[in-house]
Write a protein that binds this ligand. Structure first.
Ligand code: SF4
Ligand code: SF4
Length: 82
C-alpha cells in the first residue's frame, strides 16, 4: 500500500479541482474518468479521491457530473498548473 497525502498537485488539474473533505470515497469519478486521471487515497481511516495524473486530464467533466457530493468542481477556463 502506498502512502499519499493531499497536496496541490494531487487536488487539481488544468480543468478541475477536487475537495477531499467533501469526498465520500464512492469511486464514481474514478470509474467515469476516461483517462485514469483520478485515484483514491487509502491511508488508515482516510479514504478520498486524489489526482493521480493531472497532465492527462482533457476537461471532459464526466467526473464532475457523476459526483454525488459536489466534491469536484470545474474551472470556468483551463488554468495553468504551477
Ligand atoms: S475532467 Fe474528464 S479527463 Fe479530467 S479528471 Fe474529470 S473525467 Fe477525467
Ligand atoms: S465521485 Fe465524488 S464522492 Fe465519489 S469518490 Fe469521486 S470525488 Fe469522492
Amino acid at each position: 500500500m502506498g502512502l499519499a497525502f493531499p497536496h496541490s498537485s494531487h487536488t487539481k488539474t488544468a480543468f478541475i479541482r477536487v475537495s477531499p473533505g467533501l469526498c465520500q470515497a464512492c469511486r464514481k469519478c474514478v470509474e467515469a474518468c476516461p483517462r485514469d486521471v483520478l485515484g483514491m487515497v487509502h491511508f488508515f481511516r482516510h479514504r478520498h479521491v486524489h489526482v493521480d495524473h493531472a497532465s492527462l486530464c482533457k476537461g471532459c467533466r464526466k467526473c464532475v457530473r457523476v459526483c454525488p457530493s459536489q466534491a469536484i468542481e470545474a474551472f470556468e477556463k483551463a488554468t495553468v498548473l504551477l
